[in-house]
Design a protein around this ligand. Structure first.
Ligand code: SF4
Length: 394
């Protein structure tokens, strides 16, 4: 699948509605994000059937979901949607579903324990691992993704931190010599201005024990105009290796605009990785996922993690089973290059960190040695190993 042929037409709609000189400016996109269905109609008149006669569109239910969790989607990202239906991956991830009003008992406001006891040394930090720390410079995002595990904080002023607090957080990082990587996350750190972002990055760059600066951002996907030549030139001046981890869930999101953004980042020596989320009916089939992984490789982005969808309130319609994820990984192995295969991971609720979910291909049976499952489903004995090596099992 290539970028949708309707994309150009839709962007032209947006251009007619607004100043054509600014539609490819990331600030314009951010400022003109739609926050309800009326604004969607205004941006793309007649593009989507949002009328009361569309029986498959529950406007009342959508309005209820918006009142609970809000909505925000850039004109660019919305232009990638082909129809106003929940089986459209862009629509489903950008526009609230009436299903979001249903919260299950196991769903958690803080599903991965960012704020769990002992992990939160400062309002702008989470430290789950000895060598890495998350830094949250802003709760702002250009799009409010419906499956976001930080739904509790995205777009909420209560989670904004002041410059003073951010600098105190960096002072704390500077005092922890066993920390070697800082992950700027959010919210989306690329919604900060160049000046604010670079002020933070330069301070982190000057800390001798920080060896990697990682930016987690969905801007290349939802507002790719953010990756300007000016930003990339400034990022290139940092001496610490930099990694951008973006968040593409479907091949339809890999557009010429995303390709250009990635090329700019790579031209400055910035490694580009992708993490995606396993989403029911949207990317949980082997064919759809294979297309996503190839699209990423062709764009120069290395697939890195496939997250099992977290227990985010109101997202049970987007979650699928671990068994489905394991079957997907099983189907992908051997049918896509190994370096394109992400790791299938679960962020254990409560702040216990990420664990791989892929099932083992190896079993140890007394008297039979190691039994290896092959790609064609047969079993082969692997000789020369202890019969009950610890760590193997079904
Ligand atoms: S851009 Fe990232 S942090 Fe922001 S809403 Fe989407 S998934 Fe959440």
């Amino acid at each position: 699948m290539t970028a949708p042929d309707l994309q150009t037409t839709s962007m032209e709609h947006a251009q007619h509605a607004r100043d054509p000189a600014t539609v490819d400016d990331w600030r314009w996109q951010h400022a003109h994000a739609a926050t309800n269905l009326d604004q969607v109609e205004e941006l793309f008149p007649g593009r989507f059937d949002l009328s009361g006669s569309n029986k498959s569109l529950n406007r009342v239910g959508i309005a209820q979901a918006i009142s609970l969790y809000g909505m925000r989607v850039t004109p660019y990202y919305l232009s990638l949607a082909r129809k106003a239906r929940e089986d459209d991956p862009v629509w489903a991830l950008a526009v609230p579903s009436p299903h979001e009003t249903r919260r299950l008992p196991e769903e958690l406001d803080d599903p991965i324990g960012d704020e769990a006891d002992g992990l939160h040394p400062h309002p702008a930090l989470t430290r789950r691992y000895i060598d890495r720390v998350l830094l949250y410079p802003t709760p702002i995002c250009s799009v409010h993704c419906r499956h976001c595990f930080r739904k509790r904080l995205v777009g909420r002023a209560a989670y904004a931190v002041t410059e003073h607090e951010l600098h105190r957080a960096i002072d704390w990082i500077a005092e922890q010599p066993e920390l070697h990587e800082v992950i700027l996350t959010g919210g989306d750190p690329l919604t900060l201005s160049d000046e604010r972002l670079m002020a933070l990055m330069q301070r982190l760059d000057a800390i001798p024990h920080i060896w990697s600066l990682r930016l987690h951002t969905r801007m290349p996907v939802v507002n790719p105009f953010r990756i300007t030549d000016e930003l990339v030139e400034q990022l290139a001046t940092l001496k610490t290796p930099r990694v951008v981890v973006t968040h593409v869930n479907h091949a339809v999101e890999v557009t010429p605009q995303l390709n250009r953004a990635v090329q700019r980042l790579r031209s400055a020596g910035i490694d580009c990785l992708n993490q995606s989320v396993l989403l029911k009916g949207l990317n949980d089939s082997a064919d759809v996922h294979r297309e996503l992984l190839w699209s990423l490789l062709r764009a120069g982005v290395r697939p890195y993690a496939l997250h099992h969808a977290d227990l985010v309130p109101g997202t049970s319609h987007l979650r699928t089973s671990v068994a489905t994820g394991q079957a997907l990984m099983r189907a992908l192995r051997g049918t896509i290059p190994g370096h394109a295969l992400p790791r299938y991971l679960l962020d254990v609720p409560g702040g216990h960190g990420k664990v791989p979910l892929e099932r083992s291909w190896v079993t140890a049976k007394p008297g039979a040695g190691l039994q290896i499952e092959t790609l064609d489903g047969a079993t082969q004995r692997y000789p020369g190993q202890a019969e009950t090596s610890p760590g193997f099992g079904t």
